[in-house]
Design a protein around this ligand. Structure first.
Ligand code: TYM
Length: 349
């Protein structure tokens, strides 16, 4: 048993079209954790600007992620919803973590390599130290559980490495100030990567992850797509010519089929095995309409609610301001502890 109080933290970047992968891999699961945990959900706007964001659109994109959280069922009164840049502790702790993380660790991050592409010299320094800020997001709240999609696994391992090195480097000081239990000052945060859709793939290529920037738009279902758009994208989704197998093993080497079955299972809140039991032997001309009906039934109400909330920016900004105040109340003593441990001098307000 950890000595740390259980707390969930996660975040989504306001960097473009929210899609089915963001929903099934993360946001839907955020909502599900509220009944059992204290939850803090962040719109990570400072992460978004590690690559160029048009300032004319960024504020709307921040409100849109908050709208998606609420539309997906996150209760802004019970859970905390806020945007990162309103709580200055994220940037402050990230700096300390930049001094803990090693260049070698950051050099191994595959997301940096993918995002920086061939021209690494021209990538922002922020993109390189992105994982330190992510570790700060999580550890500023001493979060014990972080629900994310599969693609964030390596960043969470780095978060644990940073926590362990901090706990170890400052072990004597933490003991002297009586600021840690057996595990140290920071917990070893657990990634929560579970369910049938932790890696939703492109509808045009089942070997590539569905992503915000992927073109064409047919490759992904956006959270704001209407019923016609969803139907068209499912109809045009790439498949093979075989019928669906009766067992999960039969989806091996069939990435497009596996993707559609995984999406169905996640939307229906069941397992891939159960979907196959029900649809064994079905051809895609029969399975696709069933998937469309399910996707429209589950996603259309979310899109409607997002549209409604997007028309009420004052309400969303109120939620974010209230959330920032509550987040800051948790973060401030944690950051003060870090400053004391490291030996920085600060006035106690
Ligand atoms: P971001 O904004 O790229 O994605 C938000 C969440 O959606 C998940 N996701 C997917 N899940 C399944 N299939 C997909 N195709 C898919 N695409 C995206 C991501 O895994 C993520 O959970 N670095 C993070 C944001 C972040 C964060 C944090 C997360 C910043 N600080 C602290 C957790 C804790 C990111 O870029 O997510």
């Amino acid at each position: 048993m950890s000595a740390f109080e259980a707390r969930v933290f996660s975040g989504v970047q306001p960097s473009g079209n929210l899609h089915l992968g963001n929903y099934l891999g993360a946001i839907k699961r955020f909502a599900g954790l509220q009944s059992t945990h204290n939850c803090v959900y962040c719109v990570v706007d400072m992460h978004a600007i590690t690559v160029w964001q048009d300032p004319a659109h960024l504020q709307a994109a921040i409100r849109e992620v908050a709208s998606a959280y609420i539309a997906a069922g996150i209760d802004p009164k019970g859970s905390i919803i806020f945007n990162q840049s309103q709580v200055s502790g994220h940037a402050e702790l990230a700096w300390v973590f930049n001094c803990i993380a090693r260049m070698g660790w950051l050099n191994r991050m595959t997301q940096f390599k993918e995002k920086a592409g061939k021209n690494r010299e021209n990538a922002s320094a922020g993109l390189f130290v992105y994982p330190s800020l992510m570790a700060a997001d999580i550890l500023l709240y001493k979060a014990t559980h972080v629900p994310v999609g599969e693609d964030q696994k390596q960043h969470l391992e780095l978060t644990r490495d940073i926590a362990a090195k901090f706990n170890n480097d400052y072990a004597d000081r933490i003991a002297e100030l009586d600021l840690g239990g057996e595990e140290g000052y920071f917990p070893m945060t657990e990634p929560v990567i579970s369910g049938p859709a932790t890696r939703v793939m492109s509808l045009r290529d089942g070997t590539k992850k569905m992503s915000k920037s992927d073109l064409p738009d047919l490759a992904r279902i956006n959270l704001t797509d209407d019923a016609d758009a969803i139907a068209k994208k499912v109809r045009k989704a790439k498949t093979d010519t075989e019928p669906l197998p009766g067992e999960v093993d039969g989806l091996k080497e069939r990435p497009d089929a596996a993707n559609l079955v995984g999406i169905y299972a996640a939307l229906a809140e069941t397992t891939t095995a159960d979907v196959l039991k029900e649809h064994a032997g079905a051809q895609f001309f029969a399975f696709k309409p069933a998937l469309t009906d399910l996707a429209v039934a589950k996603l259309a109400p979310i899109a409607d609610e997002m549209r409604r909330l997007n028309n009420d920016p004052g309400y969303i900004e109120g939620v974010l301001a209230d959330g920032a105040e509550r987040a800051d109340a948790i973060a401030r003593p944690v950051l003060q502890g870090v400053k004391d441990i490291v030996g920085l001098l600060s006035s106690r307000k």
